[in-house]
Design a protein. Sequence first.
Length: 397
Amino acid sequence: MFFIPTENDLKSGDVSDLYFKVTEQVLRRAGRNPYVTMEVFTKALPEPYNFGILSGLDDVTELLTDVPVDAYAIDEGEIFFPEEPVLVIKGRYLDFATYEPEILGFLCEASGAASRAARMRLAVGPDKSLFAFGTRRSHPSSALAKEKAALEGGFNGTSNVLAARLLGVKPVGTIPHAMVLAFSTREHPFNQEEAFRAYDMYAPPDSPRTILIDTFFTPRAEALIAAKALGSHLQGVRIDSGDLDKEAEEVRWELKQMGLDVKITLSGGLNEYKLEELAQHADAFGVGNAVTDAPTIDFGMKISEVDGFPISKTGHMSGAKQVYRDYENWIDYVVPEGKQFSKGTQLLKPLILHGKPVRDKKPIADITKRNVERLFSMPKELRDLHNRSAPRVRFMI
């Protein structure tokens, strides 16, 4: 048996913390089951982030389907800021109390991956290709969520076959070093040319002829071998090690000398800061660890009303709230729920009513496109990858 929860385990509420089970027992015996409003928000983002991207909401929706609650949320893949609620749940506390760790788990990790992915999109600009190659660096139970989050943050594709299938997109990838090594023999230990020819001959016709060129020799040398093996079939090369900017420039020069204009993909230990430096040197980038090991978003889930009475723990604003965004100035306004407010676009919208989802899931390509456009519409200080901007949230009572 794999040490991962099943869907039944998740729906049973047993993937929870003990103190919620004890709390349930105490409240039931005390005859207390108040109608509460609970809000999910973070007090701060990882340094030096200026914004976050919400991911994991689809899983929360699945979890709470048929649970007698109402839920309101910002959109899956939407930009958010500290202090503002991104998800609001209303219902009898005992009907959903045990799900709090699962709700936060779905949101914290996936939103961390999506937020880091958005920073990497900003690093390379709106037009370069970004691919999520992090499956091998992630536990299989969370790999799909992180690959999905990467696309929501602005990536173009994922190498994960199942994630791509579930998202309705085509997986992306090149070849591994292992395939090249598998063609080695005692007589011909460095047999890249045969490996490259075999890939061109036997790979599916719709697989791009992009060749990994740093198995044995320098990328420049192996690029020339790939050009000899594939000729005009060669569509791209990938460099996974070395001085990436220098290697990319040399490879592009040599291949153009041969009349080949191919796409260059760089990979290997990339993060947003390295991508800033490399953006002008390549056409595409494969990123693994920086997405799968992204800092989580420290969301909390706190009561803000009990039986209609505004109340909260110390340090949190009481009462049910609504959030409006002024997209022109990128200022968010948090106001009491029901208060008439004319500035901006309402962000918290119905997600679940009486236990039934009321939103259609958007295609991942639509979310990616929307987010890339919004990321580059933000003011320069919000797009800064190195320095914190001024707070963007205003509480209006």
